[in-house]
Design a protein around this ligand. Structure first.
Ligand code: ADP
Ligand code: MG
Length: 665
């Protein structure tokens, strides 16, 4: 019991010593900080462990002092109980003593009385009485004695329990002591480890210093060597520097003199340039004069050419061979071109070569742009009040619709013409008000139908204008005002839909009817009040193939007859115009009658003859090219303006005028 506080005291002292050592170690470490941080980490970990151990020791200590207190209290109580037990035992012994003494006295009295019989009998009686009293007292004493013995037994029990408790407390204390010893051992080990690590760190530090030192020595040596090299270099550089300085000085002198020299040179150069410019100017003036003369000559020549050629142009366009032409001998190419003359083409027909000369021939590789390039002057002339007809002529499948309508990705003349008109009209908007309207019509079996009308199946009549001008008009023919490409597309789409709903097979139907796009351009010159009207008729003719021969019947035969009639009427009209006959049979077909005012007078006509290059089509190709040649030689009469204009901004002028800004003046 008494050894516990002493042990605690010893533990405390040891702990203090340990803490002292620890502090010293920390100081050491601060003075020589560790470079390798894994040691610092290890150190931290150890310190943490140490702190934890200290905390545990502290807790054990508190528990130990609690147990000490409890043992003290129990010892005090035990002493008390022992004291009380002693008192009880003494009391009991005293009582026994007293009772035995009284018993002895009573027996002596009885014996003395027995010797004195009379008196004694009385006394015996008394004694007997007294003896029963004594017996009672004895009995009481015995029961009390019993109680006290029980009490003593109980106290002994308590004592035993307390001793057991004391033993268990001592056991716990011993365990705690063992634990503390264990902790101390661990502390010792941690301390040892820390010392070892610090030693290792110290070694490493020394090693690093040594290495750095040796490296520095090597570098130093290298620097010394370099220095020696630089010194020798410096010695060799000095003469070079001297020559450089000389050069520099001479350059400086030159630079000082340079502005003067430059001024001198500039002055003479300016003089020379001025003279040269003067020479060029005079040459230019001379050239300009010559150019103007040439222009006038060219214009005169062009006008003469137009007069000679007439107002009818005939172009040929040969489409490429397509999949539909099939393969083999029939699909071979029967058409060839002259590399030096773009107006000539040759056709192989039945083993013989036949040559044709047109105004221009477009080979299969010609693009839609190429074709339109040749057509655009004609298109713009209707802004100036001319009537223009562009026909696509040829057998079915030769490319008429491709040339006129084209595809949505690669449009033909129709859409390009309208786009060009929009652009031209926009360019003249400063002085002119223009309105562009379109009508879409079809002639099928000699019946004229309005494809933009509400009732496309209705047949329309062609009438003379009641104003006595001799002009024709079609009452009820719908005219749409168009201002943009979107408008045109809408109109074309509407026309297609109407055409398609009117027939069972659009392809067949369209090859047997003439499709007309009539563009009217009306202009008003705001300053003079002059009005012009030009009409552009774009006609995709019915297929020119001779059907009658193949023995067609019924409606097919009727269609073929109508087509033959209208195409030959077109030929007759042109023939009559060419031969300047008094009577021109415009009325022989709906087509010629409708286009009467666009074919006669100062109108301009373009016949685009479409042909297939395939061998199997060669006889149709021959027919088409013969038609073309015949039409080409027709003269429509002198060109004149419908409206009197001071200038002549027509096709001819477009062709002869130099591009703006090419040559001023
Ligand atoms: P047509 O209207 O004379 O009956 P199409 O214009 O319908 O003939 O042409 C027949 C086929 O040949 C079409 O498939 C068309 O796309 C094609 N075609 C015609 N001309 C050309 C061309 N110059 N380039 C490419 N394909 C063409
Ligand atoms: Mg067609």
């Amino acid at each position: 019991m008494g050894s516990s506080p002493w042990r605690n005291e010893r533990l405390r002292q040891e702990m203090k010593a340990c803490e002292g050592e620890l502090r010293a170690l920390r100081q050491q470490q601060q003075q020589a900080p560790c470079l390798a941080c894994e040691h610092v980490q290890e150190n931290g970990r150890l310190q943490e462990r140490l702190a934890q151990l200290q905390r545990e020791v502290e807790e054990a200590r508190a528990k130990l002092s609690e147990l000490d207190l409890e043992v003290q209290q129990k010892t005090n109580r035990l002493a008390e109980v022992e004291l009380r037990l002693k008192d009880s035992l003494a009391e009991k012994a005293e009582e026994e003593e007293r009772l035995s003494r009284r018993l002895r006295d009573s027996q002596e009295t009885i014996a003395s009385l027995k010797s004195q019989p009379q008196q004694i009998k009385y006394i015996i009686k008394t004694v007997e009485v007294e003896s029963s009293k004594a017996k009672q007292a004895l009995c009481e004493s015995q029961s009390r004695n019993q109680y006290l013995q029980e009490q003593v037994g109980m106290q002994r029990q308590v004592l035993k329990e307390m001793e057991q408790q004391l033993q268990s407390s001592q056991k716990t204390a011993a365990q705690l002591r063992a634990q503390i010893m264990m902790y101390e051992a661990e502390l010792e080990r941690a301390h040892g480890q820390m010392l070892e690590e610090m030693q290792a760190m110290e070694d490493e530090k020394n090693r690093a210093i040594e290495e750095a030192f040796s490296r520095a020595q090597v570098e130093m040596k290298a620097v010394h060597e370099n220095l020696a090299g630089v010194r020798t270099n410096l010695l060799t550089l000095q003469p070079a520097l001297r020559t450089l300085t000389n050069d520099y000085n001479s350059l400086k002198r030159q630079v000082r003199d340079f502005p003067l020299l430059l001024q001198e040179t500039l002055r003479s150069a300016r003089l020379e340039i001025g003279q040269a410019i003067e020479e060029v100017n005079s040459t230019n003036r001379e050239l300009l004069r010559k150019y103007r003369r040439e222009l006038q000559l060219r214009k005169k020549c062009h006008n003469e050419l137009v007069r000679l050629k007439g107002n009818i142009r005939v172009f040929g366009r040969v489409r490429p061979i397509t999949k539909e032409d099939g393969e083999g001998a029939e699909a071979t190419n029967a058409v060839t071109f002259d590399p030096d003359d773009d107006a000539v083409l040759h056709l192989m027909h039945k083993g013989k070569q036949v040559s044709f000369e047109l105004d221009k021939v477009f080979p299969p590789q010609a693009t839609q742009e190429d074709v339109f390039q040749e057509v655009q002057a004609l298109v713009t002339s209707c802004i100036d009040g001319y009537n223009v007809c562009i026909f696509a002529y040829g057998q079915t499948g030769a490319g008429k619709t491709y040339t006129m309508e084209g595809t949505s990705a690669n449009p033909g003349i129709n859409q390009r013409a309208l786009q060009l008109l929009f652009a031209e009209v926009r360019g003249k908007a400063a002085d002119w008000d223009y309105g562009i309207t379109v009508s879409v019509a079809e002639i099928y079996n000699e019946a004229l139908r309005d494809l933009l009308g509400k009732e496309p199946q209705e047949k329309l009549e062609i009438k003379l204008c009641p104003d006595g001008s001799g002009q024709l008009y079609v009452p009820g023919l719908t005219e749409f005002r168009v201002q943009s490409v979107e408008d045109i597309n809408k109109v074309f789409e509407f026309g297609h839909v109407n055409r398609a709903t009117e027939c069972t097979n659009l392809n067949e139907h369209s090859s047997r009817s003439h499709a007309l796009l009539i563009v009217t351009v009306r202009g008003l010159d705001r300053s003079t009040g002059l009005r012009t009207t030009g009409k552009l008729n774009l006609v995709d003719l019915a297929g020119s193939e001779r059907v009658g021969r193949s023995g067609a019947e019924g409606s097919r035969l009727r269609e073929a007859q109508y087509i033959n009639k209208s195409l030959s009427a077109l030929g007759d009209v042109i023939y009559a115009l060419r031969s300047r006959q008094g009577h021109v049979p415009f009325r022989n077909s709906k087509l010629t009658y409708l286009l009467q005012d666009s074919l006669s007078g100062d109108s301009k006509t373009l016949m685009m003859v479409q042909v297939s290059p395939a061998e199997k089509n060669s006889s149709e190709t021959l027919c088409s090219l013969k038609f073309a040649e015949r039409v080409r030689s027709v003269e429509l009469g002198p060109v004149s303006r419908k409206a009197e204009l001071a200038s002549w901004p027509s096709q001819e002028q477009l062709e002869v005028t130099a591009p703006p800004g090419a040559l001023p003046g």
